[in-house]
Design a protein around this ligand. Structure first.
Ligand SMILES: *Cc1c(COP(=O)(O)O)cnc(C)c1O
Length: 497
């Protein structure tokens, strides 16, 4: 039996607004609210713990029947909006998170409105993504014929590069036969390489042991000679080395491997050279581009635009200078593509899987719009200046730390990461580690600032990673003052409180 509504004649959509004018008014209110929220970001704490009452207010059973959108929005404003990660705040420097630009927020709305499906197809969104990929390839100094695709982030971009390496260098038809058909494949990177490398080795079926963690020097850069020795040793033991990973900015300290020497080593050993430049690669857009010289010689490069490109989540970039490498890794073989995804010569289905053939995703959103808008609105020079300012701010903070007798720098400042600790010459490492961990959580909980932590040579470090276009020099002065004050205060407290 048809629904009664169906018989009565033309029915309204069940999901579109019945009153578009009222919807428009609410949409304008949301926009105004978010613009006001961003404009006043400095007045709030970087992070506020989500109270139990807010969690309770949200935790309801599956809503079977709806309520008006105004009421839903009201719940958002009360219980969701006040408790963000905080990375949009000028004093957030934890992990590696980006701030997001206001105009990209609008771009995301426009892209969602169009809701383009960007597997490929003959449409504006695919055209725009091809265009921004060309821009990014050129801006990174790669050859014009390089292949490139936007992905969900650094992990996905690095996995894309490693998959290309696997297919190009395994020496057998790994796509058809699988990893079990050949000798164990191995991948080399410094012990400071981000955890994506092991995760990707596991995902690709190589196993985590395939990742050979090579020791670093005192500046946390890969020991290239040790890397060469490990490759030679593995090969003589019947393993098959396929790829060297270079780091352009490690997550711990911002260290940049000697990319040119690694390139030479990879060529000499006939290996794929992949670079993880998740945030550091963007230094190529600044006056400090010398820092990442040689990165454009990699076989593949992965980087994020949602970190040091300041765009909202999520968008990463996978580039390979080998024009066919991504297709070799991801496109269906000649006759194996399903009939329903075939491209046609005319109509919408021209190049229907252009991007799907270069990465894992089939259904893909219009990420490219915010990239295109940002590059046009700011120009890469202005984005580069913002990045350069962060590099300078890291030096400013380094200087402030060195000027404070109570603070100790724990790693060289190469890029935008500053690792330091409170150390007033009081006692042993364990005690200092405890004290600094306490300082860090109080910085966060009191709403002063959000650095994160790492451990360097057994020493607990307060880690400040600056990928923030809103930070001012005075924010770092405040941070240093607060760490010293908190250190004194916590030391004076009775033991165990
Ligand atoms: C963040 C990061 C990654 C992972 O990127 P996601 O975008 O978080 O997936 C990889 N490598 C480095 C150096 C990073 O900083």
């Amino acid at each position: 039996m048809p629904d009664r509504e169906d018989v009565k004649g033309p029915i309204e959509s069940l999901l579109d607004p019945t009153d578009w004018d009222a919807f428009g008014n609410l949409a304008r209110r949301m926009t105004d609210d978010m613009v006001g929220y961003l404009a006043t970001i400095r007045e709030r704490a970087p992070w506020t713990a989500m109270p139990e009452s807010a969690k309770k207010a949200l935790d309801e059973d599956v809503p079977q029947d709806g309520i008006p959108l105004e009421a839903v929005y009201d719940t958002f404003r009360r219980y969701i909006l006040p408790y963000p990660t905080g990375n949009i705040h000028p004093r957030f420097w934890g992990w590696v998170m980006g701030t997001g630009t206001p105009s990209a927020m609008l771009a995301d709305m426009l892209a969602s409105g169009m809701n383009s499906h960007v597997a490929g197809y003959d449409q504006s969104a695919a055209h725009v993504e091809r265009l921004v990929c060309r821009w990014l390839v050129k801006q990174m100094g790669f050859p014009t014929e390089s292949s490139s695709v936007l992905v969900s982030g650094g992990t996905a971009a690095n996995l894309n590069g490693l998959t290309c390496a696997l297919v190009a260098k395994s020496g057998f038809d790994i796509r058809a036969e699988g990893v079990r058909a050949g000798p164990p494949l191995t991948v080399y990177g410094s012990a400071q390489t981000h955890s994506w490398a092991i995760k990707s080795c596991e995902t690709l079926g190589l196993g985590s042991k395939a990742f050979r963690a090579i020791p670093v020097d005192s500046d946390y850069r890969i020991d290239v000679d040790a890397c060469r020795m490990k490759i030679v040793e593995d090969r003589s033991n019947g393993l098959k080395p396929i790829c060297i990973i270079g780091n352009a900015g490690t997550v711990n300290t911002g260290a940049i491997d000697d990319l040119q020497t690694l390139r030479t080593l990879a060529t000499e050993q006939d290996l794929w050279f992949h670079i993880d430049g998740a945030f550091g690669a963007l230094a190529a857009w600044t006056d400090s581009k010398e820092l990442v010289r040689g990165q454009e010689q990699a076989d593949s490069l992965a980087f994020d635009l949602h970190k040091w490109g300041y765009l909202p989540y999520d968008v990463g970039v996978a580039i390979t200078r080998r024009p066919d490498a991504q297709l070799a890794a991801y496109a269906p073989r000649q006759d194996a593509g399903p009939a329903y995804l075939q491209s046609s010569r005319r109509g919408i289905a021209v190049n229907s899987t252009y991007f799907a053939d270069r990465g894992l995703q089939l259904s893909r959103g219009f990420r490219a719009l915010k990239v295109w808008m940002a590059m046009k609105e700011y120009g890469v020079r202005r984005i580069g200046r913002a990045i350069q300012r962060n590099i300078v701010q890291a030096k400013v903070l380094e200087g402030l730390v060195q000027l404070s007798p109570q603070l100790e720098l724990l790693a060289p400042v190469e890029l935008n990461v500053v690792c330091f600790r409170y150390n007033n010459g009081i006692g042993d490492t364990a005690l200092l580690n405890e004290l600094n961990a306490q300082i860090l959580v109080e910085l966060q909980e009191r709403g002063i600032a959000v650095p994160s932590q790492t451990v360097l040579k057994g020493r607990y470090a307060i880690r400040v990673c600056i990928t923030n276009h809103r930070s001012q020099n005075r924010d770092f002065e405040d941070l240093v003052r607060s760490v010293v004050t908190l250190g004194e205060e916590i030391r004076r407290r009775p033991f165990g409180s």
